[in-house]
Write a protein of this length. Structure first.
Ligand code: SF4
Length: 432
């Protein structure tokens, strides 16, 4: 069969007839984005299907040397379409495209081929991108929608941070998630339907949300904080990381993530770096410098709200985080998560979070270089760091991954290094 697959457009008429399926990458953020899109008149559903069907379809329809996130995202789509829950003639699929040099920019082509092989060449794919890659007549990112998507990212970061710092201590199990869900519904409605709901009001809302979480019944006994860094999909998606966050909470730990805004600032800063390193496009540099300053300012606003009641920890200053990579990795290393991955590990250590899980998906060369590749150097200069690089691929069992993490946590107590306990390969079963 020919590998050239015709592109099917998402037309204006399809807005009324088609349900847009979105992969479950960042549950907290994507719930809000889906709710906003619904209020804009799109029929949207955030996929929640998981299990063997997802990996089996990923392996069947995506080339097996493609990176694991590609297999999972495409597998989740095809598994959902085959489930019988949707009419395949009336669904469209939405994927993000970063526009960078990494494979994430090419997932759309892989998805088209996979759909054709699975017998659904007529399903339209919508690219969610901000770099002018693909567009569709039925889906337009207007200035008003873009503004709301930016607010959704800021609010998603805030709620993710609050849930992570509340869930391990909540008295009523599930209450932190419930509170975040009720805020998500309220915010989606206000963002779309309330006249004059501008950034000034959103900023006020930051404080209202923080106050509500401060009032949540919690017993804040000290717990081990464990940082999670790595490739963006596997880091945030419970499907990608086998519910790592839940596992850490069950192990009496508090998971610590950087926000999605950090990733956005990393992408924006890379265009500034292009000018600094290669003297590319001065106008682009000026525009991206403005966007960078905008995001820095917005993250400071979230930070001020987060720390206002004295209960929650805020975000690290991104300029400081960026400066930490000096001597470890260059700013030109910007494929995948690139220098950001190294920076996030150093930021955690700088913040006293010495236990770090570095999630490494199969087939992800850039993140193996910027993640596993720098751990030795980090440990040389920060002997207190307790970092475990954990592999994620379709054949690795969650039991092995969890054992590795338990061993890492045990190392924290004994003070042993990863090399001493020989935990470098997740594929061998380990008992602790
Ligand atoms: S960063 Fe890694 S996992 Fe993500 S698209 Fe690139 S190669 Fe794949």
């Amino acid at each position: 069969m020919s590998e050239n697959v015709e592109r099917v457009l998402f037309t204006e008429e399809m807005r009324k007839t088609h349900t847009i399926l979105i992969p479950d990458m960042l549950p907290r953020h994507f719930k809000l984005i889906a709710a906003i899109m619904r209020n804009y008149g799109y029929k949207v559903e955030l996929l929640q299907n998981c299990g063997a069907g997802v990996t089996e379809n990923g392996l069947k329809y995506v080339h097996n040397d493609s990176c694991y996130p590609a297999q999972l995202v495409i597998g989740q789509f095809i598994d959902a379409i085959k489930s019988g829950k949707y009419d395949p003639r009336n669904v469209a699929l939405m994927l993000t495209q970063t526009g960078g040099g990494c494979r994430a920019s090419n997932y759309i082509a892989l998805l088209r081929k996979a759909l054709a092989r699975a017998g659904y060449p007529y399903i339209p794919i919508i690219s969610l991108n901000f770099s002018g890659l693909e567009s569709n007549p039925g889906f337009k990112i207007t200035f008003s929608l873009l503004r709301k998507l930016v607010y959704a990212v800021l609010l998603g970061d805030l709620m993710m941070r609050l849930v992570n710092q509340s869930r391990p201590y909540e008295v009523v199990k599930g209450s932190a998630d419930e509170l975040a869900d009720s805020w998500t519904a309220k915010l989606a409605d206000k963002l779309v339907n309330e006249k004059g709901y501008n950034y000034k009001k959103v900023r006020k809302e930051f404080y209202n949300i923080v106050n509500d979480f401060t009032a949540l019944e919690c017993v804040r006994v000290p717990k081990t904080r464990v940082g999670i860094v790595g490739e963006i999909y596997v880091k945030f998606s419970p499907l990608g990381n086998n519910h790592l966050e839940d596992f850490l909470v069950e192990e009496n730990c508090e998971p610590v993530f950087a926000g999605l805004v950090d990733f956005a600032m990393y992408c924006v800063y890379n265009s500034i770096a292009d000018y600094e390193l290669y003297h590319r496009d001065k106008l682009k540099k000026i525009a991206f410098s403005m966007a960078y300053k905008y995001l820095i300012k917005k993250q400071h606003h979230i930070d001020e709200a987060l720390t206002s009641t004295g209960v929650f920890r805020g975000f690290c200053d991104f300029d400081h985080t960026r400066s930490l990579i000096d001597g470890y990795i260059g700013i030109g290393m910007k494929m995948g998560e690139g220098w950001l991955l190294t920076a996030e590990m150093l930021e955690l250590i700088d913040d006293g979070v010495n236990n770090i899980v570095c999630v490494q998906p199969f087939g992800c060369l850039p993140n193996h270089i910027a993640g596993r590749g720098v751990i030795h150097k980090i440990k040389q200069l920060h002997p207190e760091a307790n970092i475990a690089a954990i592999d994620y691929d379709p054949s690795t069992s969650p039991v092995n991954q969890h054992n590795r993490i338990k061993l890492m946590l045990a190392n924290m107590e004994t003070g042993k290094s990863e090399e001493e306990t020989n935990t470098s390969d997740t594929r061998e079963p380990l008992s602790v």
